[in-house]
Design a protein around this ligand. Structure first.
Ligand code: GUN
Length: 299
């Protein structure tokens, strides 16, 4: 029997643990966890993501601050806001929603967030800590952290002897995911668009993680029988069967056929997606614990 991971359920369990951790911190130290979310411009999808982040922060009992800035905001104005948030003692996490409008130097903004408040895990200090195996000192990017929760709930903390293949080499996902798997003792291959015979590389994977952004690219004969398959792709494709002009979301994995071969698989939607916000909340409460000089909880 194939297990289809219910990302909503796992995310809800992480959120429960975050709520408890934030309550305990307040009881013991008087500190209320705080998250600031910044959005610039009018992209409707980004506004929807940011609203759900702010709402979830409130649900977790956090101080939740949202800054909604107009499209015409300048680099200097946004940089000044980040500086204000950096020095605000009531805020433990800062997230600037990406992508920023085209006229911004996004990287400069991201790198100006204090590493200890960088709940997106995008600052080079956090990327560097992960790369050197310092998992307890930095903050890990939310989507790979969420995917890793699935891997650990399936295989335990120690992945010794298991082959993991990550398809995709982005700074946002592929590289941090590979480093998390490596830190857990998996034997890790990072594959990408230039990899020779990708199917054969993937067939060697006990844990296969797909993050390429190509709808349903991973086929059943790429999957090792009994493997764990984590699908990080979110692709909108035409769905004429639902009516003219309709669309649906699919992952990077051809779910129906791969589910017949894998032992454990994540669906799209409802797999990794819900975990991203949950891990953002987890990172924020972790940052608050550290700031208060307390040992941070693990999720
Ligand atoms: N836009 C889409 N995903 C993300 C994310 O994880 N963090 C930020 N800051 N922006 C995003």
């Amino acid at each position: 029997m194939t297990t289809v991971i219910d990302g909503k359920q796992v995310a809800a369990s992480v959120i429960d643990a975050v709520k408890t951790a934030s309550q305990v911190l307040t009881e013991q130290t008087g500190v209320k966890t705080g998250l600031a979310v910044v959005i610039v411009g009018n992209d409707p999808a980004s506004h929807a993501y940011v609203s759900s982040k702010s709402k979830m922060a409130k649900e977790c009992g956090f101080t939740s601050v949202q800054h909604t800035l107009p499209e015409e905001t300048t680099q200097e104005e946004l940089a000044a806001l980040v500086q204000t948030l950096n020095t605000d003692e009531t805020l433990h996490g800062i997230l600037v929603q990406l992508p920023l409008p085209k006229h911004f130097n996004s990287e400069a903004i991201v790198q100006s967030i204090l590493p200890e408040k960088d709940v997106d895990g995008l600052h080079v200090v956090n990327a560097g800590k992960l790369a050197t195996g310092d998992l307890d000192g930095g903050l890990v990017s939310c989507t790979p952290a969420g995917a890793m929760v699935f891997v650990k709930r399936t295989h335990g903390e120690d992945l010794s002897g298991l082959n993991a293949v990550v398809i995709g080499r982005s700074n946002l996902f592929g590289k941090p995911m590979a480093q998390l798997l490596l830190a857990a003792n998996a034997t890790v291959t990072i594959a990408h668009s230039r990899t020779k015979d990708l199917a054969a590389v993937c067939r060697n994977a006990d844990i296969l993680v797909a993050a390429v952004g190509r709808p349903e690219m991973v086929k059943a004969d790429w999957v090792k029988p009994g493997a764990t398959v984590i699908d990080v792709g979110i692709n909108r494709i035409a769905a004429p069967e639902k009516g003219e002009g309709k669309s649906r979301l699919v992952g990077d994995v051809a779910f129906e056929e791969c589910a017949k071969v894998a032992a454990v698989i994540t669906p799209v939607p409802g797999g990794v997606g819900p975990m991203t916000i949950a891990m953002l909340m987890a990172n924020t409460v972790i940052a608050a614990y550290r700031k208060a000089g307390r040992t941070a909880p693990k999720f």
